[in-house]
Design a protein around this ligand. Structure first.
Ligand SMILES: Cc1cn([C@H]2C[C@H](O)[C@@H](COP(=O)(O)OP(=O)(O)O[C@H]3O[C@@H](C)C(=O)[C@@H](O)[C@H]3O)O2)c(=O)[nH]c1=O
Length: 145
């Protein structure tokens, strides 16, 4: 899908556990301005959401299904749907504005998702409206996970 970047991370495992790099500014032009982490319980979804100006940089740590819908009228992939099952592998996904996104924890355990978006949530000093269209409570929405 145009502008979406999915990357399966290179995991270094040893007797203590594992380590993986999430972000390097020599590998992408993407420039995060904040980060947060959320925990999602088994069987639970977050989204679908769409941003007007913000791109998200998600990192999935758990067994997640990511669904994307291209809602950008000028895009070559307008109307396309994309589904990725991480299968428990750490995966990052850059999701541009206008691409509707949702994810669901498909596994039996709690899962973590980090996000390094390129806009501040509610702007400088949290004074602005949230840049987000939320579809999860819209019964007429075509976006269903
Ligand atoms: C996203 C965010 C939320 N919050 C707060 C607001 C609220 O009280 C609580 C939970 O926020 P939300 O309900 O927005 O969380 P959530 O529904 O998980 O929102 C996220 O969903 C995924 C699918 C995305 O698309 C992300 O961009 C983001 O919108 O955390 C922050 O303080 N900072 C943040 O950056």
């Amino acid at each position: 899908m145009e502008g979406v970047v999915i990357k399966e991370l290179n995991v270094f495992t040893d007797e203590r556990g594992w380590l993986t790099e999430l972000f390097r500014n020599d590998e992408t032009d993407f420039r995060p301005v904040m980060s947060y982490v959320s925990l999602t319980k088994p069987g639970i979804s977050r989204g679908p959401h769409e941003h007007v100006d913000q791109s998200d940089f998600f990192c999935f740590l758990g067994n997640f299904r990511l669904c994307l819908w291209d809602n950008r009228k000028g895009s070559v992939s307008f109307g396309e749907k994309f589904v990725l099952d991480t299968g428990g592998k750490p995966v990052t996904a850059i999701v541009p504005p206008g691409v509707v996104h949702a994810y669901k924890n498909m596994g039996p355990a709690e899962g973590l998702v980090l996000n390094l978006p390129d806009r501040l949530f509610r702007g400088q000093g949290k004074k602005d409206p949230v840049d987000e269209v939320r579809y999860e409570n819209d019964p007429d929405s075509p976006f269903r996970i």
